[in-house]
Design a binder for this molecule. Structure first.
Ligand code: ZN
Length: 342
């Protein structure tokens, strides 16, 4: 089969196109013909390498996948060849205390497609059957591939970790990113007022179109100052962040007493400074989050089907243009997700 593989870390030229043996569906596994995948920030880390992290090279990157069941292994009963499906990205042991309690993404053996094992930037992908979910006809392969990881991530951050409630004010940092656009929609689904933070006039206008009640443009405004103005000095109940260092101090200052900051990433750097006086005096909670529970993906797909949540797609490109796609994400030129189609 045709695929993209990384043999060594580095620049765009390390995304190599090649033919490899097509995987097979073993017992309790499903072979999926990939129709669409999408680019996540993780793909950049896997390509470039991260200090102190060892990726299993060579690896096929790509964490999101939607497609059609090509073949089912022995023991698989819930899907059949020809079914349209979306693939849950996390693979866990299935028998530890976390897996049995439904917290599969806390499993010590939790592994992600495209990070710890071969991913979706290929014609075919073989995964455990419990990672394969039927996709309703109303949800396109492109939407499913664009939305699965970012909505799952944003869902756990807001619903499980920060426990957002109706009437609260949520500050969504990085509103133009995939996870940010998901955060805006989920916060609104839960009845919150959303202040989006983005960079530049064009992205600010798009964030408004997406439904942000207010938008702060980091190119010309200071987050903490604007939050003070917009909330009559009160501050926000929840900060939703994945940018890290560049905005962290402003995020802490923007919270009201008893506020919660939930973070799933640090795309601008992880060595952020926290003024602890704010943390204890305002009784803040700082919550970490990564990925989400597989079961929540089923709920999210239903919201996609109903049109209540909509994955934001910047553009769809053929997989063969993956180097250009990486370049666009690296330069932050996209609004929402870049989908790669096969
Ligand atoms: Zn487990």
């Amino acid at each position: 089969m045709f695929c993209v593989r990384i043999h060594e870390h580095g620049g765009l030229d390390k995304l190599v196109f090649e033919e490899v043996r097509t995987p097979v569906a073993g017992p309790n596994e499903v072979l999926v013909r990939v129709k669409a995948t999408s680019l996540n920030h993780l793909d950049l880390w896997v390509r470039r390498g991260l200090p102190g992290v060892r990726f299993p090279l060579p690896i096929i990157p790509g964490v999101d996948a939607a497609g059609v069941v090509q073949e089912t292994g022995p023991g698989v009963t819930h899907v059949a060849p020809g079914d349209r499906v979306v693939v849950a990205q996390g693979i866990s042991c299935g028998h530890c205390v976390h897996c049995l309690n439904g917290d599969d993404n806390v499993c010590k053996d939790y592994k992600l497609l495209g990070e710890h094992r071969d991913g979706a930037d290929a014609e075919f992908l073989s995964v455990p059957a419990r990672n394969v979910m039927k996709l309703p006809d109303a949800v396109s392969f492109e939407s499913a591939a664009a939305g699965a990881l970012v909505f799952l991530t944003a869902w756990q951050m807001l619903v499980d970790r920060a426990q957002v409630r109706p009437g609260e004010v949520v500050l969504v940092i990085g509103a133009s990113s995939g996870v940010g656009s998901a955060g805006i929609q989920i916060a609104q689904l839960y009845g919150a007022r959303v202040i989006g933070v983005t960079f530049g006039k064009e992205k600010a206008a798009k964030a408004r179109d997406l439904g942000c009640d207010e938008v702060i443009d980091r190119a010309s405004q200071t987050i903490a100052e604007e939050v003070r103005k917009l909330t009559q000095k009160r501050g926000v109940d929840v900060v939703f962040d994945h940018v890290g260092k560049a905005v962290w101090e402003d995020c802490i200052k923007s919270l009201t007493k008893g506020g919660r900051l939930v973070t799933c990433g640090a795309t601008s750097g992880y060595e952020a400074v926290t003024d602890l006086r704010y943390v204890f005096y305002k009784q803040l909670r700082i919550l970490g989050s990564t990925m989400g529970k597989k079961g929540d993906l089923l709920k999210i797909i239903t919201f996609f089907e109903q049109g209540k949540l909509k994955p934001v797609i910047d553009r769809v490109m053929p997989l063969k243009e993956i180097r250009e796609a990486h370049r666009i994400v690296e330069e932050g030129r996209q609004f929402g997700k870049i989908v790669l189609s096969l």
